[in-house]
Design a protein around this ligand. Structure first.
Ligand code: AP5
Ligand code: MG
Length: 210
C-alpha cells in the first residue's frame, strides 16, 4: 500500500506517520525531514532549500520531485511507502502519478485555529521524537533517547503564517485532486488525541482496503 499523507503544517502528518509505520510497516518518507538533513549537512540541496523553508515557501519543484523520484527507486519502498509532505502542489501530484502508484491519500483535517499553537509549542529531538511544551513540564531532553530537545528554525509565528498561506493556496487543492481519483480518505480530527486520530485513520484505511 502506498499512501500520501496530506494536511496543513502542524496537522500531525509526522506524528501519524510514526504510528502508521509501526502498524503497517510502510516506509516513511518526509520531504521536510530530507531537506532539514541536507541543511544540517551543508549539502548543495540544503543550501537551496534553506531560504525557501525559512520563508515558509515551497522548495522548487525540480529539486523536490527529483529527490522523491530517486527515493522511490530504492528497494525498501517496494513493500509500501508513506509520503509525508509530498506532493504539495498540483504539479508535484501529477509528477508523482508519472513515477509511482498512489493507492490512498489520508487527509488529516485540523481546525486552523489549533495549528499555530501546536507548531510554535513543538519541541523536537534529532531521533525524530516530537513534543509540545504544554506536556513537557519544563523538561528539555527527549524521553526516548535523552538528547536535548530543540525548536525547528521554521517554527516561529511569522514563518508559520507563511506556511499556512502556502498550504491554503497551493496544497489544499490536492484534496479535490485525490477526491476526483476516488482515493481521498479524510479524517476530521476536532480535538482528538494523536492516538484517537490514529484509530480513525486505521478504520478508514482498513475499510478502504477491504
Ligand atoms: P514539513 O517538514 O513537511 O512541515 P509542515 O508540512 O509544515 O508540517 P509539520 O512537520 O510542521 O507538521 P506535521 O503535520 O508533521 O505535524 P506534527 O506531527 O509534527 O515541511 C517544511 C518545509 O519544507 C516546507 O515549509 C517547505 O518549505 C519544505 N518542503 C517540504 N516538502 C516540500 C515539498 N513537497 N515541496 C516543496 N517544499 C517542501 O505535529 C505538530 C505538533 O502537534 C507536534 O508538537 C505534535 O506533538 C502535536 N500533535 C500532533 N497531533 C496532535 C493531536 N492530535 N493533538 C494535539 N497535538 C498534536
Ligand atoms: Mg512533519
Amino acid at each position: 500500500m502506498n499512501i500520501v499523507l496530506l494536511g496543513a503544517p502542524g496537522a500531525g502528518k509526522g506524528t501519524q506517520a510514526a504510528f502508521l509505520e509501526g502498524k503497517y510497516g510502510l516506509v516513511h518518507i518526509s520531504t521536510g525531514d530530507i531537506f532539514r538533513a541536507n541543511i544540517k549537512g551543508g549539502t548543495p540541496i540544503g543550501k537551496v532549500a534553506k531560504s525557501y523553508i525559512d520563508a515558509g515557501k515551497l522548495v522548487p519543484d525540480e529539486v523536490t520531485c527529483e529527490i522523491v523520484k530517486n527515493r522511490l527507486e530504492e528497494d525498501d519502498v517496494k513493500a509500501g511507502f508513506m509520503l509525508d509532505g509530498f506532493p504539495r502542489n498540483l504539479f508535484q501530484a501529477q509528477q508523482l502519478d508519472e513515477f509511482a502508484r498512489v493507492d490512498a491519500c489520508v487527509n488529516i483535517s485540523v481546525d486552523t485555529a489549533l495549528l499555530m499553537d501546536r507548531i510554535c509549542g513543538r519541541r523536537v529531538c534529532s531521533c525524530g521524537a516530537s513534543y509540545h511544551i504544554s506536556t513537557l513540564g519544563g523538561k528539555t531532553t527527549c524521553d526516548k533517547c535523552g538528547r536535548p530537545l530543540y525548536q525547528r528554525a521554521d517554527d516561529n509565528p511569522e514563518t508559520v503564517g507563511a506556511r499556512l498561506e502556502t498550504y491554503n493556496t497551493q496544497t489544499a487543492p490536492l484534496i479535490d485532486y485525490y477526491a476526483a481519483q476516488g482515493k481521498l480518505l479524510t479524517v476530521e480530527c476536532g480535538n482528538a488525541s494523536p492516538e484517537e486520530v490514529f484509530a480513525m485513520i486505521c478504520e478508514k484505511l482498513d475499510n478502504f482496503n477491504k
